[in-house]
Write a protein that binds this ligand. Structure first.
Ligand SMILES: Cc1ncc(COP(=O)(O)O)c(C=O)c1O
Length: 383
């Protein structure tokens, strides 16, 4: 038989999360690798979903998303950020992952260049390639994960169409400053670029860090596709409810892909999330303090290990430096699983330009305290 698999899948890597999780499972390791909670979101959200199911809300939802969820999203964007979106400017997708895929498919022509900050969330890179685009990478450099303004300017050519921003940032925990965002905005205007802003960790900032939505920078709302995730905000990543916000013409373009992929997102999940957003004011302070205490727990304990942490300002990840004798990140991650029973993510897979990732590991602290304590105890045993 000939090879039937499409060429575009040649060299497509297996996601690092699958590789590490399999190894962690085989070695019964504490999994501080994968980026999702090992505990449930609030019980009342189960009730909302269950009530929706019992009320018969079990058939296909409208393709753009149900009215009440779009209304809830518009309300919080107005209340929290002062941003006005109407229903034509919102689409509900199967997680932020689908919104990202749809957006790259909808806006990239073959040969278009897309600016990515590395380390990047791995789906961006593959999505861009699948759409026929060319990633152009700018490095967020240790220790503060800031970028060089000149490097960004130099990465732009007449073929550049899109800048991808992820703020708060996975995996570094960076929260972009107002000054950085304004600089990116000035570049977007100067070169007439579209910005895809992935803000799935918008509510997870720590200490004195503040999340500034990119669309709130003057002149940026009409240039920005903002993507976020109910799964991340409410701790139900497996329900895969995400959304994109943009001007109506762009939402229709994203829908042009969405209608032929998922068409509609699970109906009871959308109803539950629509009601969950109505309790956002009550929920968010608890959510933030829960994660602030998890950050403090892990960060303070990591200080007593050989893996020196970079304190994140947002997201639920900490980057740690690898002691020299451990080799590169991949070797270190495998050694930690096999010899010490702790799984982390080797971040070099999120880099394609620099070698910065080779000397760090990513630790996820969206885990029960007992998991975190066991994980850091094991790391403290590394001599
Ligand atoms: C930066 C970033 N974007 C998007 C996603 C995916 O979000 P969802 O689960 O809603 O598809 C993740 C999940 O880890 C993420 O870290």
């Amino acid at each position: 038989m000939k090879n039937f698999v499409a060429n575009k899948l040649d060299n497509m890597p297996v996601s690092i999360f699958s590789v590490i999780s399999q190894l962690a499972f085989e070695h019964k390791a504490v999994n501080l690798g994968q980026g999702f909670p090992d505990f449930n979101g609030p019980e009342w959200i189960f009730d909302f979903a269950f009530e929706a199911m019992k009320e018969g809300k079990n058939q296909y939802a409208p393709s753009y998303g149900i009215h009440s969820l779009k209304q809830s999203i518009a309300n919080y964007q107005k209340n929290y950020y002062g941003l006005n979106y109407n229903e034509e400017e919102i689409i509900v997708t199967a997680g932020a992952t689908e919104a990202l895929y749809d957006a790259f498919q909808a806006f990239i022509n073959p040969g278009d260049q897309v600016i990515l900050f590395e380390p990047y969330y791995d789906s961006y890179y593959s999505d861009i390639l699948l759409a026929g685009g060319i990633p152009k990478v700018v490095t967020l450099k240790k220790p503060d994960f800031n970028f060089d303004y000149d490097e960004l300017e130099k990465a732009i050519s007449f073929k550049t169409k899109i800048i991808v921003l992820n703020n708060p940032h996975n995996p570094t925990g960076k929260v972009y400053s107002a000054e950085e965002l304004k600089f990116i905005a000035s570049i977007a205007i100067k070169h007439d670029l579209l910005v895809i802003s992935d803000e799935v960790y918008e509510f997870l900032t720590y200490d004195d860090a503040i999340h500034i939505p990119f669309a709130s920078i003057p002149g940026m709302k009409e240039r920005t596709i903002t993507i976020s995730s109910c799964g991340k905000t409410f701790g139900f990543t497996g329900w895969k409810v995400g959304y994109a916000l943009a001007q109506p013409e762009w939402i229709r373009a994203i829908h042009g892909i969405h209608q032929w992929t998922t068409f509609a997102v699970n109906t009871p999940g959308q109803h539950a999330m629509a009601r969950a957003f109505m309790k956002l004011d009550e929920y968010i302070p608890q959510f933030r303090s829960l994660y602030q205490s998890k950050l403090d727990l892990v960060y303070n304990n990591l200080l007593n290990t050989k893996f020196i942490p970079h304190r994140p300002k947002g997201s639920y990840f900490i980057m740690v430096d690898i002691p020299n004798e451990f080799g590169n990140d991949r070797d270190a991650a495998i050694k930690l699983i096999k010899e010490y029973g702790v799984a982390t993510i080797p971040p070099s897979v999120f880099y394609s330009k620099s070698f910065e990732g080779n000397s760090m590991l990513r630790v996820c602290f969206a885990k029960q305290d007992k998991t975190l304590i066991e994980g850091v105890n094991r790391l403290q045993k590394v001599k």
